[in-house]
Write a protein that binds this ligand. Sequence first.
Ligand code: ME8
Length: 574
Amino acid sequence: MPSDHTNQNPYYITTPIYYVNDRPHIGHCYTTLIADVAARAQRLVGRDTFFLTGTDEHAEKVSKTALENGKTPYEWATINAERFKDAFAFMDFSNDDFVRTTEERHISRASAYIKKLMDQGDIELGDYEGWYDPSQEEYLTETVAKENNYKSPVTGRDLEKRVEQNYFFRLDKYEGWLREQIESGTIRVLPEARKNEVLGRLKTGLNKVPVSRKIKDGDPDWGIKMPGDDSHRIYVWIEALCNYLTTVDTDGRRAYWNGEVVHLMAKDILWFHAVIWPAMLHALGEKVPDTVYAHAYWISEGTKMSKSLGNFIEIDQLRAYAERYSLDAVRWFLTTQGPLGANDADFAHARFIEVYNADLANSIGNSMSRVGNMIDKYFNGEITRTCNGEFGFEGGKALQLAIQALNDAGKSPDDPSRTFDFPKTTQAAVDSALQALAKLDLEEMLDSGRSIVRFVDDFISYSAPFTLAKRVGELEHADKALATILYSCAEALRIASLLLYPAMPAKMAQLWRDWNCNHLRDPGDHNSPFLTPLSELATWTGEHSMSVGQRVSKGEVMFMRADANEPTPGSEPA
Ligand code: ME8
């Protein structure tokens, strides 16, 4: 069942498992970040969520680079798997597990799936001749090889003609079934452009796919043997795909596979996830993934990132950005400016500064500190009133008094009859965030949070509480009106902070500490679970709202403004 935003099934989200021939870079962090943001949002909604990432270790390129580095394949895989784990801890990812395909739990279950497919005739022995891309470890069809001049479409390196006796998976049997699954949306392939691409390629027909490699003399002892045939190994892609199931194929975790399953990746490996893997699962009698989401690529300062150009944005550079601007600023930039849709996205320093200033320093951070500062200054850091959204209280209307104060000061808002419906606006933002989350449109989800911030900013400009504050003591009820206005701003920003939290967990947790919103979750641990689901947490003047007597402290500046001419972090000479 594709998710709607009321879906309460367990939620299972995965990233590709990454090759450990080399260290992680921005691309690996990006997909895992997207999964983290979605997982955090689903947990906030109250869904039982499992988020998996990990490493794909049995590739030939792993044993090759290990040799070049004087290590055994396993030693080299371990060095790099640790680098991935470190990078993901630094990025504050909340993955529930990290699978390595060299682990016994993976090897034994993946072997059992392959054996089952062999036993039932879905995998059979045959001869294979084809164009092999050694840089990607995959065979290409004649058409694709020809289109690319017999070079790798990914790395541009020469393809090799290889003839092998192999085991084959009968993918051809599942062509009609796959088309139906994808067309009907039972397997939801996103974004839409990618779905059309897959359907287009399906029309050209499906062949059997090789799922093993014959072991040659001198081959390193690396990879899982074909069950019952020691002369072959399982093709690394085939066992790697199995990780999504092997990791949750336990009594305690099976519910995740039977819930909503979402696979995230970049477009390079969509075919494996949208076609080969679902067909394998179907043959195994397993449920197929609900969503297969393939985003586009990060490029760097306008240029495709590649090993040969040496222009990958490395983790060290992200660390340097995080040190300068905070980790959550990096998470925000990557999530909102990344290649989530069908188009590639550019990591450019100037753009980073622009987004940082516009979204964080001047908008979210500014709005939150402004409101905190006013409560601190005018009410000694204490919430003294609540507001049901009507701006009404005995003896007058807050907004009318604010306008009167403005008029008295010789100013007036553009449209004195304007209304500001806080409960409706915040509720609409929460609803649209949930709808966006269901289709994995995380940029839109976060923008719903920002829309509340914009609304508050607009309201502050309109109602000018600083002008009203000057009249406290002389204009009757000015103090109550001011408290009502500031309460409304604070409560709206509290709701906004919930929607912004999946991308900026540490900064929003800081706000909740500063504002004593301890009832949301364990204030000391920003990765602790929420006490109740978002629907309750985000209710205007509900049980979890800002309340009379609550202390609001100014706190530190959340995001300092950045100078557009600052050098690129990580680029300065040491
Ligand atoms: O393909 N922009 O592993 P891999 C955005 N082991 N994302 C990028 C990116 C970029 N420039 N470069 C890489 C493999 N990625 C297999 C997967 S899954 C069963 C096996 C991300 O280390 C993106 O998620 O080459 C892409 O799909 C993945 O890294 C490829 O990682």
